[in-house]
Design a protein around this ligand. Sequence first.
Ligand code: PLP
Length: 296
Amino acid sequence: MNIDLEIFSPVQQINNPLFAEWGLSVYIKRDDLIHPIISGNKWRKLKYLLKKAQSQDKTHLVTFGGAYSNHLLATAGAAARFGFKATGIVRGEEVNNDTLFMCRLHGMELIFTDRESYRDKQALFTKYFAGDENAFFIDEGGASPEAAQGCSELIGELIEPYDHIFCASGTSTMAAGIINGITDHKLPTVLHSIPVFKNGGFIAGEIDKLLSAPANYQLHTDYHFGGYGKVNNDLITFIKRFVADTGILIDPIYTGKMLYAIYDLADKNYFRPGSNILAIHSGGIWGLLGMKDKFI
Ligand SMILES: *Cc1c(COP(=O)(O)O)cnc(C)c1O
C-alpha cells in the first residue's frame, strides 16, 4: 500500500482590527484540515516513520503518550488507514476519556504504565515486544529526524512568502522541520516557536539537534500559561473570541497558546508594520474535549 494522504491545508487570512492598525497581514495554514484524526502536524510527523516501518516489513506500530495525546490518536488513525496493528503505551494509571475511546475505536490496543517506568520508553518496548519481530518503535510524539523531514515539506506548499512563521512546540520536531524547510528553500522567513510548557528554553537544544544547517529562529518562552495543559481565564477568553470571530476551532494546549502569542506580540508592537505572518494550525482540536469544564 502506498502510504500517503492528499494534503488539503489551505492558507486563510485572519482579519482583525489589531492587525489592520499595525499594517500586519496574518494568515493561518490549516493543517488541521489534513485529516480529522491523523490531524495537523501528526500526519506530517508520521508519514516517513510509517514508510520506514513498511520498508522494514514491520506491521505493528508501538508508540507512547499521555492519556490525551494527539500523537496516540493520530497513530491509531494512521495504523487503521494504512493496515498496521497499533499499540499505545499510556502514561499513568488506567483511565478512559474521549481520546482513548477514539484510539480504541480505531483498533489501537492500550497498555497503561506507571509514570516511573514510562520514562524509559526503550525498556518498555523491550519488556512488552522483544519477542515481536513485527513491532516498530515510535517515540513519544513521533519525535525523530523522519518526523522533522515530514514537517519540512510544509514550506514547499506555500505560494506566498512570509516574514514570520509561528508554531506551537512540544517536542519541537515540527519547529525544526519547518526551519529546515525554510533553509532548503533559501527563504528569509523567521520561524517562531512557542513552547507550551514551562522553562521552554531548553527547546533550543532540541531544535538544534534536528537542524540540517545552523539557522536563526525565535523562541518565545512566556506563553505557557503555567505549564503543559494549563490554562488561565485570559487564554480561555481569547480562544472563545477567536473561534467565534473566525469559525476556526483551536485547542487550549497548543494552537490556542501560539495564536495568543501572535496577538499579544502584535499588541506590543513587536512586528515591523507591513509584516506578513503565518500561523500553523497544527491540529489537535480533540484536545478541547478534555478541557470542556474550563470553558464554563
Ligand atoms: C503534537 C502537537 C504539537 C507539537 O509538535 P512538536 O513537533 O512535538 O513540537 C503542536 N500542535 C499540536 C496541535 C500537536 O498535536
